[in-house]
Design a binder for this molecule. Sequence first.
Ligand code: SF4
Length: 459
Amino acid sequence: MYVTPVSNELLERYNKPGPRYTSYPTVPVWKADFGEDDYRAALRDLAAQTNPIVSLYVHIPFCATRCYYCGCNATVTRREEVVDVYLDRVQHELEMVTESLGKGKRVVQLHWGGGTPNFLTNDQMERLFRMLDDHFAIDRDGELAIEIDPRIGTREQIGFLKQLGFNRISLGVQDFDDFVQEAIGRIQPIDLTREQYYVSRELGFESVNLDMVYGLPFQTAETFEITLQEVINLKPDRIACFSYAHVPWVKSNQKRIDTSKLPDTNTKFQLFQTAIAAFTEAGYDWIGMDHFAQHDDEMAVAVRERRLHRNFMGYTTRPALHMIALGMSGISDLAGRFVQNDHKLGSYQKTLDSGHLPVVRGYHLNEDDRIRRLAITHLMCNLELPFDLTKAEFGVRLDEVAGESLERLEAYIDEGFVEFTPDRLIVTPLGRYFVRNLAMELDAHLEKNSDRPIFSKTI
Ligand code: SF4
């Protein structure tokens, strides 16, 4: 694929901190006085719907060591019993959630993320899976996904995961280069990753995916190209290629990263473009901002049919499902509310021990929020904005309720980022790199909260 060149001047001007819009409104807007009672009310509202279908996320925060670049909510331990104590609390949370929601709701999407979900022993994984099964009706034909760290995975463990019912697996790779691995505190021999990839294939996982990161110390377009070719040779179904966000004031483990070895903005952008060129030439479709999928993968099909969605788990082909998250730092998205769990292990567990749900903040969306959320999600996933997008669900056209945002977006025509046709806005190949900047024009909360911390830069 021809990779659209981007001038340094444009990069400088638009590479500014902004939300990634995994939610709208974004987390800084959520309210600290949204608490347990509000969450219970959301669960009851969901229960009142006819046959609600849910997506279930479980956060497993444990890791054997802390990688220097890590931006996840993770905690290091080597003790199995710490996990048992955590699973007791997750069970308690599950019981409280289903007290309001009712048992047996159908789950079509299950995701275990972390941390390192495969840090758990087989017994612990079986226990967790069974407790979820006891409270929900998990559809075995749904998307049952788990993230694994190949450094601690084994053939036997991957087989056990398949036996439990998982049909999708994501292996963390980041970069195969030795210098990069040493600089990020994550030594992961390529043969190990290859072996576990092939084991996952052999055992019949429907989807085997790899996660990579660009913008790490010592990465150059030349070295990264070698990693990209190794990844392409494996032929994963999907690849996530995330931008490294260096925020040591938020993630103190990142202080161990030698900043003098980090690529500058231009090199980092070149890394990203190298990935786009390599994957698209190898037959992958570029999805949203930073994902790639085989051309016949359902995610690539969904993009062509303009029906890709996005939630806290990432891109999805399923229309907006209600998501219930369990565990420390989990974020639920149900019945028009966002609900965030405590992100500290100690207080998450303590709150549950005192008989309360560990909610620390949340937000109840009004109609304007829901309209803008639909618009932002559609723009970021499908790179277009039909003006009648909101008509079917809300009875109003987008240009009737967000006319001022669309006017602001017209200013990007001169930059070459968007085109307007009589019925829609279309993001150009150049504008795609700056789709977050475009989405920010639809955000009605951003200005009011401009002093709040927002996340990472565009590139
Ligand atoms: S990157 Fe993954 S394995 Fe490494 S510390 Fe973070 S969550 Fe754990």
